[in-house]
Design a protein around this ligand. Structure first.
Ligand code: ATP
Ligand code: MG
Length: 257
């Protein structure tokens, strides 16, 4: 029984398959890369796993349990959470409010947190505020806790988004280009953080276009092209796979000879 597995996952938009018969698995504490050209189905795969969109076919299995049709916030309770390709912070709220509220949204679904009065100061002794601070410290944003999200540089917003995802105690985290808009130093710090999560036993599915990051952080890589898996293997195998080089990696990684 796999820790996490997708089997023959399929999604069609109009006449085209965005995800076509996709199967792969993730082991506990493993960092798996999901790469491929723009439009190859990477984000759609995460949307299918989290049931943000409904698959046309196939299954998502968590420790053998079929979670394909579970609501997104119940999938979070199974230990699977995500970040988004575009920043999805509450821009007029502070960093700490974002992590606390994000935690509730993930656990209960979108609107329930707004029913009660929300005030982190009043509830400052609640364990989730401590948890939120712990996660902010982890992503290096502890000192930014009282900053309003929209005033943060893009790289910091991405870090806060990771803290939001981590607040729900995931065992598997699905990261959709978590380093987009970051400079090289910020990227390196993020890679170190991902490896630290891995050491803590958290598994990661990483969508990323920066091949230096992907090859450095991932143990295994799944390559998509037009929604289909065209290769799977170690960074070394992927870099020298002719079909992957032709479809995506191009000359930079072309095998010699
Ligand atoms: N909601 C939607 N409705 C219609 N078509 C969609 C929808 N979402 C994605 N698509 C299409 O499905 C295909 C896969 O898109 P997806 O966003 O999964 O690609 P991606 O691999 O994440 O690309 P990128 O690297 O640019 O983020 C694309 O052709 C896209 O236009
Ligand atoms: Mg995408």
């Amino acid at each position: 029984m796999s820790f996490f597995e997708v089997k023959r996952l399929r999604k069609r938009f109009g006449g085209l398959y965005a995800v076509d018969d996709l199967s792969f698995s993730v082991n506990p504490g493993e960092v798996v890369g999901l790469i491929g050209p723009n439009g190859s189905g990477k984000t759609t795969t995460i949307n299918l796993i989290t049931n943000t969109i409904r698959p046309d076919g196939g299954e998502v299995l968590s420790k053998g349990e079929n979670i394909t049709r579970l609501k997104t916030h119940l999938i979070v309770k199974k230990g699977i959470t995500r970040t988004y390709q575009l920043s999805t912070l509450f821009m007029d709220m502070t960093v700490l409010e974002n992590v606390v509220l994000g935690f509730h949204v993930q656990r209960r679904g979108l609107w329930k947190p707004f029913r009660g009065r929300f005030s982190h100061t009043k509830e400052s002794k609640k364990p989730f505020v401590r948890k939120a601070m712990e996660m902010l410290e982890f992503v290096g944003a502890g000192e930014l806790r009282n900053e309003v999200a929209k005033n943060l540089p893009h790289g910091n917003q991405r870090c806060v988004a990771l803290a939001v995802a981590l607040a729900s105690n995931p065992q598997l985290i699905l990261l959709d280009e978590p380093m987009s808009g970051m400079n090289e130093k910020e990227r390196d710090a993020m890679v170190q953080r991902l490896l630290e999560l891995k050491r803590k036993g958290i598994a990661i599915l990483l969508i990323e276009h920066d091949m230096r990051v992907v090859m450095g952080a991932c143990e295994r890589i799944v390559v998509l092209n037009f929604g289909k898996k065209i290769a799977e293997g170690s960074p070394k195998e992927i870099q020298s796979n002719r079909e992957v080089v032709r479809a995506y990696l191009g000359e930079a990684y072309a095998p010699k000879g």
